[in-house]
Structures are given as structure tokens and as C-alpha cells.
Design a binder for this molecule. Structure first.
Ligand SMILES: [Ca+2]
Ligand SMILES: [Ca+2]
Length: 275
């Protein structure tokens, strides 16, 4: 049933100027520095911080003593949204830890079959910079047209410790179609200087976005309150929304129009059993 979601991605390896394992485009979307592997200078590379759950743009946050962890990111190229799962596994856990990738749309959550997932994805392995374990990067392409057609696609990754089936950590990537483009919905980066809130981050290159309705140098910032839960998702009430300065692109009409509406997004805490 889910097989058509995944298709082979036959493109050249994208540019990664600082060779930290994140492409230049992925770094522009994550608001990390594409010419420095360690954006915030805390001794941990951007990819390591993505995988281990600390903020790569804030030196105050450094990785904790995890055994296994996972982070997600995305970028869009050539009609595909590349879903990046960055997994950390300590030497004691590698390679016997558990990993699962799943999708949520139309009210249904499903785990992707492992053989389908691995045959469709690109897999890369990096030693963690502090030599405590490995970073495994899995890039899984999803056709942009699929997300545009459905309006929303939630993706999630679960990691479990070896000899355990219970999720130890989870990551989510909530993808929305806006005006025919795909944007991820996630926490506002520290560089915005806001306290809390979320942004819609367009996943394509700036020049590919429709200029008539999107404004460059801005991003849609939303302040939301949790008003309920539904399985592994939370229901958010949009209290405020506006295009704010950030190196991205914003659709002002669509952004303002979100105020007073509710959105449902996958929640990592609920997926990992933490509530
Ligand atoms: Ca890079
Ligand atoms: Ca860092």
C-alpha cells in the first residue's frame, strides 16, 4: 500500500561544502552555517547535534549522554522531498539498535517496511566526533506531488535500544503543502530571537518558489497553544502568525490566514511514549 510513496532518487550527490554530512541546501533550511561544520562552535558538528537532539545553532545546548537518538530534517530537490533521518548510536548499541520510519496522513499512521525503506533510501555512516558512537544518515525521497495532493504528510522516526522493542527516542517531521510548495513545520531557530513558537520552512531553493505570492527574507512564524491530543498528534490552536525576518520565504496571506485555526501535528514525545 505504501510502496508508491517511495521512489528511487537518481540525482547527483548534492553539494556539501563543509563536508559535515548535511548538504548546503539542508543547512540553509536548518539555519546552520554551510561553510562551517560546527555552526555554534561548541565542539559538536551540526549533523551530530541534529542526530543527538541538541540545537546546532546554540552553543548552550550540547548532546546529552544518550545511547540512541534520532533527529530529522528535509530538503526538496527535483520534485522530491528528501526526508533525512540522522541517527546516533553509541558503540555499545551499534549496530543492534532498532530503527523505524513511519508516515501519517489521512488520520492513519503506518510504519514503512524495512526492505522498502532501505532499497529506496541512501545510507551513510559517520563516526561521532567525540568517538562515542556512530551517526547513521538515511535519506528517503518522497514525491513532492504526493504531499501537495494530500496537503499534509507527517513523518516520524523511532529508535530503540538493542534487545528492546520499546521506542527510546522519536523524531518528527511535519510537512505541509502551502500554495503548491512544501514546507516543514517546526520550532523557531534560536537565531530568530523569539521565545518558543514555530516556523513554516519552505524546503525548496529560493529561486524555485513562486515569487508572486512569496516574499524572500521572511518566514511564517506562528505562536500556538496545545489544546488537545489525538493519538501521537497534538492539536494546536494558532494564536498569532506573521511573516518575520529570516533567510527564507513567506506567503503573507496564507500565514496571516492561519490565526484562529487549529492544526494537527505529530508529536515526538507522544511517539516515544513520553506523553
Ligand atoms: Ca554541510
Ligand atoms: Ca555545534
Amino acid at each position: 500500500l505504501l510502496q508508491p510513496v517511495l521512489m528511487a532518487l537518481a540525482t547527483e550527490t548534492p553539494a556539501d561544502y563543509d563536508e559535515d554530512g548535511l548538504s548546503d541546501l539542508q543547512e540553509s533550511i536548518l539555519h546552520t552555517n554551510a561553510v562551517s561544520p560546527d555552526t555554534d562552535g561548541d565542539g559538536y558538528d551540526d549533523l551530530v547535534e541534529l542526530a543527538r537532539g541538541s540545537d546546532p545553532t546554540n552553543a548552550v545546548g550540547i548532546p546529552g549522554p544518550q545511547t540512541v537518538h534520532v533527529g530529522m530534517a528535509a530538503s526538496e530537490e527535483n520534485g522530491f522531498v528528501k526526508v533525512v533521518s540522522a541517527v546516533y548510536a553509541s558503540h555499545a548499541q551499534f549496530p543492534a539498535f532498532g530503527f523505524k520510519l513511519g508516515v501519517s496522513f489521512g488520520g492513519v499512521e503506518a510504519l514503512l517496511p524495512t526492505n522498502t525503506l532501505l532499497s529506496a533510501s541512501q545510507l551513510r555512516l559517520f563516526p561521532a566526533i567525540d568517538a562515542t558512537g556512530w551517526i547513521i544518515v538515511l535519506e528517503t525521497p518522497v514525491p513532492k506531488a504526493f504531499i501537495v495532493e494530500h496537503g499534509y504528510l507527517g513523518t516520524f522516526a523511532l529508535v530503540s535500544e538493542k534487545d528492546s522493542s520499546a521506542p527510546h527516542a522519536a523524531a518528527v517531521l511535519n510537512l505541509f503543502a502551502i500554495d503548491g510548495e512544501v514546507a516543514s513545520f517546526g520550532p523557531a531557530p534560536a537565531s530568530m530571537g523569539t521565545s518558543g513558537g514555530s516556523i513554516y520552512q519552505p524546503l525548496g531553493r529560493g529561486e524555485d518558489l513562486p515569487k508572486a505570492t512569496w516574499e524572500g527574507g521572511l518566514v511564517c512564524y506562528q505562536y500556538t497553544e496545545i489544546i488537545g491530543t489525538d493519538g501521537s498528534s497534538v492539536i494546536l490552536d494558532v494564536e498569532d502568525a506573521s511573516c518575520q525576518p529570516l533567510d527564507s520565504s513567506c506567503n503573507a496571506v496564507r500565514c496571516q490566514g492561519g490565526i484562529g485555526t487549529q492544526i494537527k501535528v505529530l508529536d515526538a514525545g507522544a511517539l516515544a511514549g513520553g506523553g
